[in-house]
Design a protein around this ligand. Structure first.
Ligand SMILES: [Zn+2]
Length: 116
């Protein structure tokens, strides 16, 4: 599954970034663009599989969806687009490949459990 491969990379990145501490990881936040090709529901579904046997096995996955936006070179407006518009400006209808948001697939944050 596509999402499982993506999450395996996420798990590895978070483990590396938090290697300095023994604290359990409580929450991992992902920023996922609507045109990244990753489906949030599938990511959630794959999360338990991707984290099994890792330090992230008890961590919760939070997904922040980033709406795709283009900066239209024809009319100069920044427009949110959905997949049905492809890369066509909703305001002026000009096809434009200037996608400024929407392809994000990155770790936004990882929260450690804080000891009392
Ligand atoms: Zn336009």
């Amino acid at each position: 599954m596509h999402e499982l491969g993506l999450l395996t990379s996420v798990v590895a990145a978070v483990e590396k970034a938090t290697a300095q501490t023994d604290a359990p990881i409580e929450v991992v936040g992902l920023r996922v663009g609507t045109m990244s090709g990753a489906v949030p529901e599938a990511l959630q579904g794959s999360w338990p599989i991707a984290t099994a046997g890792t330090r992230l096995t008890t961590a919760r996955l939070e997904i922040e969806v980033v709406t795709a936006q283009i900066l239209c070179t024809a009319c100069g407006l920044t427009q949110e687009i959905d997949e049905f518009y492809a890369l066509t400006c909703p305001a002026c209808g000009v096809g434009c490949g200037n996608l400024i948001h929407g392809r994000e697939f990155e770790v936004a944050y990882a929260e450690l459990a804080t000891g009392t």
